[in-house]
Design a protein. Sequence first.
Length: 346
Amino acid sequence: MSSINQESIREALKVVKYPGFSRDIVSFGLVREISINGTDVDVQLVVSTTENAVAKTIRDEAIQALKGLVGTGRLNVKVDVQAPAAPTGNVGPARIEGVRHIIAVGSGKGGVGKSTVAANLALALAQSGAKTGLCDCDIYGPSVAIMFGGNERPTADDENRIIPIERYGVSLMSMGFLLDDGSPAVLRGPMVTRYTQQFLRQVAWGNLDYLVLDLPPGTGDIQLTIVQTVALSGAVIVTTPQEVALIDARKASAMFAKTNVPVLGIVENMSYFLCPGDGKRYDIFGTGGGAREAARLEVPLLGEVPIEPLVREAGDTGRPAVAAHPQSAAAGVFESIAQKVRQALP
Ligand SMILES: Nc1ncnc2c1ncn2[C@@H]1O[C@H](COP(=O)(O)OP(=O)(O)OP(=O)(O)O)[C@@H](O)[C@H]1O
Ligand SMILES: [Mg+2]
């Protein structure tokens, strides 16, 4: 097969995403060596993680991605697991100067609506008069930029700190703003966690009452780094009513418990569909899961957000529901969630 060369292998590996990220393993700098011998291919990857499952997932997906290309030749993918770099500077969680409360919005499962909840919670907090910021902590997650519209690049101040972008009264920052696809692999594997912990402190947040962190899905190294190095006032866990999502929500709550971060409560998203035709409520993903989980963890159920097409539309068009459709049922729930968060963290 003449098509096998370093470049084609690298290209094929780009479909493999680092678990929990939308960024691929090639641009993360995880490929250490590719050697080709006739039709045989040896790939060596290096990953810095405390979780063997991450290495296994990456290996399985890399094999999957290369199988077709290598064809009848021998394919060997080796993943070298290194311990993540120890946090630099202060050991233990540190505050961000000027910021009163930092709230993490997390879940174990992808796609349950964390970013939607984080964005609308931040907006509702801002509208209630609190100075509020929102940070997208997925290094390559453009969701905050998309949900709030606009693609301006942030600029830096005199002290070389990044100035957040203002939208609807919320100070926004995304780790994704600072990198684009064409950028060199600034983030070698072991650097990911260090970058994550430094990033938040390099932003000129100013004085904030609340800084909402939109965490990437899962409970891996990145989430753990944030939870361990940033002094969080509390966490909001987002789930859908289904058991699969609840299992992952439990993992997220265990992560927060392990690091002594109080869980402020659970938000059940996509709780039900209010049919505009007949006005009836349909429990598409089942019912009561969020409430049961909240009872089990002995934390409040902060709200049940209905599935409303306008929520998705609003998110896709750069004006979250609380700003675009303040009269909607979903916006009402987001506002009441914000009120409960304010009561918990005055
Ligand atoms: N209540 C809702 N009603 C309708 N659509 C919703 C609702 N909540 C979220 N969505 C839509 O579902 C999709 C996934 O939501 P979102 O991006 O917030 O999830 P996420 O948990 O942040 O995902 P990821 O794990 O990828 O970060 C988006 O298109 C969003 O607009
Ligand atoms: Mg998200």
